[in-house]
Write a protein that binds this ligand. Sequence first.
Ligand code: FES
Length: 716
Amino acid sequence: MPELASTLPASWYCSLPLYQLERRAVFIKSWYLLGPVTKFQNVGEKFEYEIAQQPVLAFRTSGDSPLPEPGEFQVICSKTEKPLRHHITPTGLIFTTLSDEAPSFHEYFPDLEPLLQKVDFTRLPYRRSIKYEGRFNWKTMIDGYQECLHCQYTHPSFSVYYPPTFYTVHNHQNFSQHIADPKKPDDGIFLYFFPNCVLNVYGGGMSSFRVCPTEDPNVTRMEFDYYHIEFGEKFEEYFKFVRQVAMEDYELCEKAQYNLGKGVYSEGILNPEKENGVSFYQARVFELVCQQHAADQSHYSINQTDIVMEAVIFSAAPTLLALLAGIGFLYRFGLQLLDAKKSETIPELAEDDSCGVLKESNFPAGWWGSKEVFELERRALFSKAWLCLSHRSRFTKAGDYQSYEVAGFPIFLILGKDGKVKAFHNVCRHRAYTVTKKQDGSSTVLGCRYHGWSYNTYGELTKAPHFDELPGFDRSQNGLFDIHTVTDAAGLVFVNLEASPTVSWVDTGLLDSFLRKSKLNPQSIWIAGQTVVANFNWKMALGSKNLIDSSELENTIRQKRSISWQTTGAFNLFQMKSEHFSVFPFTSFHSIGRTGWWWALSFLPASEQKTALRCDLYCSTDGSSRSQEVADKLFVLLKERVRKLETEYQEYVSVGNIEKEKEILDCLEDHIRLEKSQGTEVFPAMRKPRESPRFRQAEQLCKELHCKSQLKHLAW
Ligand code: FES
């Protein structure tokens, strides 16, 4: 069975050291499209560019002929004022390169100029430029441009002009030509220039864009230039159309990038025919990066490498320093944690262990809000612990689903046709787009909007347009990543993200007896829920199990409705004790007297300094005619308490729970030991890749660069 090509590993889209290597391997020796000559028709008007953090200025120095004569155009590095080589094609496109070591334009693009002959670029006036940043890697955007498999799902307006059925991509040396409709060869030119420039000529206008990497591999600056024969209304109509297509791509890229960086998805399959443009440029990136890496390793020692980089245009000294500093980080961080334990400097518990603990206490610095600790918690705790997320009563018919974001893991719960609630990572197996986009909904078919893959309520891939007929494609190997899910006797739904095939269930004896006593059962009816996003670390949950005092809720409701409630006997029920129970790490349950109402509160970690508090009210009796009133009051109290808790967090005083914090610390220490023993970060929720030889080599290279663990720890 032929093996289908897979994408570059997800780590290549998120790693800073890898990007630093790409700068030298891919960007320094390439040629870049600056635009047609019409952009530079005013002598002396300078246009700024930034190519892989290298500032460049391009301008016409003299002359007024449509095509600048030799000496009438200049490109310089604005840092050094060093002139850079450029090339003007016979029909008026201007390209430049950063390095003297780059091949000549014709060596780089041997068969490009004949193709450009069919457009006279000297006749398309420059109209407008725009630029903005997007939260995605430069390759995430190029992936999208290099295929039109997604056009019918994402660009309905574009597909009307160019039906994706005929769309093909022809790869040449260092560029790709997209043929939108072979029957209309003169209608439109769509070109991709390796590595990051694009030119589209259609609909009477032309746009070019550059996908510019920034210092953060997760952020890219998009720079667009627009040209059109017409101005005014005609141009605006064209502009509106092309902007719509651009924004549709932007949304795809942000969502896919988000999922690539979460430590679950590692690679996807590429269609050899419909995604050949993606395979082509990714293979080129891989080849150049491997070559550069091998050259670095064989020719220079670590101490010499920064000198080597100065020899080319970029100085990579910061990279090396960061790399070296980073090597010691995990070790130091481990010691830091271990020292905190060894020295037993954790404060004695006060008589009431639930309040008045200074936020930083004697736990490692950043305990209450650093990105590094949060990332470690994601790997060490949230990828391994059972997390209570919902209740069975929230799912009534097959296909009912709820989406969650737990510590940056996008997941969803769905009721299967077999009546069981199951959980899945909300990441399409193809190229990592999000499957369920609404917070909740109902559908027995879950379609991915990027390229139309569909999954059923069991997470099985049921439709993969243009893949189904491919030899070697196995639908059963491309279902959604399922998550261990347990619905307990009371109807509470727990998930565990650990990727291993089996995970042992925990002893829930104490919880069960609380649930029985408080009449929390599977027959409970969900009344309402609300999410409040708060500016504090999720660990505020540990000391806030009684965030909302149920007696406060009781009193308020009793005062308002005392007459009618006394008549029905509800008043007496309120006299019985409200109780609560916390489930590690972030959920608590609260009964309101013995009224039958109960509520669940989860502190869902969103980031190191943000938490989404999810509160749901249920009723286990049929006294629900007053339920909405109870819910309204509950949510008002929730918001009030959250704002108060935010203030406490800002004032550096938290309601702590040392015992629970110690439990977390132990968990992090164990995981650090594991990572130290393996010499790399360990992501327990990461799914096993298909392991092609290229994937293994690419992952290995990234590990050698310590790509996942080094630089992001520098701020520690
Ligand atoms: S990402 Fe391609 S179908 Fe989902």
